[in-house]
Design a protein around this ligand. Structure first.
Ligand SMILES: [Ca+2]
Ligand SMILES: [Ca+2]
Length: 223
């Protein structure tokens, strides 16, 4: 291999020094919630018999994990069940129906509204991650009216968030506010997966270019 070839191999190695992600927690709630959760409340969907964490109203539910392996990046994925007659942005028709998700350390990952009432033209903020969106009901939903709830139905959102995180513990807060009574509007969580990874310092493309340029010039000289 000539010098140029060695340089190309060295550069590609620099670009691929990324370690694999490892799953540190997962729960489909088919058995139990577990001590990591602030609640043990489980329910089963009327259609499909899916066991999930819920149902909840205007309250906060927390997931706490500790003794984490070394990492600098974290990803959490979960399914949000939006159950019955959520009104999204429709203040005069029973909203704002807000769902927020984030870390107890203050990192906000989602603060938006959801609507299951398109028949009233009640729009929702999601798929915006903040409450400023204005989209038709069910925008971004993975499933619509699949869980079997009769009062204005239900929707399921597959949510996933990746963020910088290095502490050896973490607390996630799931919260809803503005909802009418539990008989009208509620929510649940299913299929939670938390992954961590350690990403080595990858040179910025511009840095790599500056590094490679004189070496390429050198290679030409010796070829
Ligand atoms: Ca489940
Ligand atoms: Ca409402």
């Amino acid at each position: 291999m000539n010098l140029l070839g060695k340089i190309i191999v060295a550069c590609s190695l620099l670009l691929t020094q990324v370690s694999q992600a490892s799953i540190i927690y997962q729960n489909d709630f088919e058995a139990s919630a577990g001590a990591q959760w602030s609640t043990s409340l489980l329910d089963i969907t009327p259609v499909g018999n899916r066991s999930f964490l819920g149902q909840f109203g205007n309250e906060t539910v927390s997931l706490s994990l500790d003794n984490l392996e070394a990492h600098n990046t974290m990803t959490i994925s979960f399914d949000l069940f939006v159950i019955q007659s959520w009104d999204g942005n429709q203040v005069s028709g029973g909203g704002f129906d807000v769902f927020t998700f984030g870390l107890a350390n203050g990192l906000s990952l989602l603060s938006t509204t959801f609507s299951n009432t398109p028949e009233f033209n009640h729009n929702q903020s999601y798929s915006a991650s903040n409450a400023n969106g204005d989209f038709v009901a069910h925008t971004g939903a993975a499933e619509i009216n699949s869980l079997g709830y009769s009062f204005y139905g239900d929707s399921v959102y597959n949510l996933s968030f990746t963020f910088a995180h290095a502490a050896n513990d973490v607390q996630f807060n799931f919260n809803a506010s503005g909802l009418q009574s539990m008989a009208d509007e509620s929510w649940g969580i299913d299929n939670v997966v938390v992954e961590v990874s350690s990403t080595n310092n990858i040179p910025e493309p511009s840095t790599l270019f500056l590094f490679a340029l004189p070496l390429l010039a050198l290679a030409r000289k010796f070829n």
